[in-house]
Design a protein around this ligand. Sequence first.
Ligand SMILES: NC(=O)c1ccc[n+]([C@@H]2O[C@H](COP(=O)([O-])OP(=O)(O)OC[C@H]3O[C@@H](n4cnc5c(N)ncnc54)[C@H](O)[C@@H]3O)[C@@H](O)[C@H]2O)c1
Length: 252
Amino acid sequence: MERLDGQVAIVTGGARGIGAGIVGVLREEGANVVVADKDGRAAEEFVSSLDPGGADAAALAVDVTSRDDLAALVAATLERWGRIDILAANAGIYPHIPFAELDPEKFDELIAINVRGAVFAAQACSEPMRSRRYGRIVLTSSITGPITGQAGYAHYGASKAAMLGFMRSAAVELADAGVTVNAVLPGNVRTPGFGDLGEEHQRAMLAAIPLGVLGEPSDVGWAVRFLASPEARYITGQTLVIDGGQVLPESV
Ligand SMILES: NC(=O)c1ccc[n+]([C@@H]2O[C@H](COP(=O)([O-])OP(=O)(O)OC[C@H]3O[C@@H](n4cnc5c(N)ncnc54)[C@H](O)[C@@H]3O)[C@@H](O)[C@H]2O)c1
């Protein structure tokens, strides 16, 4: 595959975890990257930790639930580089909430970040992509919801499946503009958010993974890099599972 030199990527939730893994890979492959994260300070710290010799990177405080923030993100990116080639819509939360304890406020908050945030980030980036007749939008969904189920994650599974419903119709609508929309479905990836779920959870997940290790953020980063490449031009509305084989076994 050709390198991504000169391309411009936006990664939401890019300050840590899977987002930071996506930033690392895209930048290693030559793309200039905007690290857009609700935690603006973490985004700044992450960007200043990157090798200054590599491609350009910028940090921006962006809450994906705010359309004003998303408009400012697109405007700042266009002002600096004049183009947006890649959007990795990755920001998301996954609080463990037993279904019986789920209330409308918690559900709305999760949907606002995981679904609405991805939808309107894609909408904001699709306009400049459409005008250049080129774009790659890659959503971070999950195996949870689209393929598997897990106690305490009914709300989360609903949000990650909803992202795929959005993806398929958006892919059709943006196809004639040269913009593809695909999704990565990670299994269990070693990130700060995943670590917060506790050691017991990690052990249970690890036992269900045929390859015998948790995923690393860069494993998802490389999958995003493929779907975001010019060479993936004939793939749209599709999913790529990155889970060490977790969805395969008939028994643990
Ligand atoms: N870690 C896993 O095992 C796993 C598995 C499947 C899917 N995912 C998905 O991958 C994505 C990243 O997960 P992670 O494990 O890296 O999480 P994480 O909690 O380690 O990092 C998430 C980042 O997103 C940012 N963020 C949260 N809300 C935001 C908002 N409203 N606007 C902008 N940024 C916001 C946070 O500040 C943080 O930097 C999520 O969409 C998650 O659902 C994770």
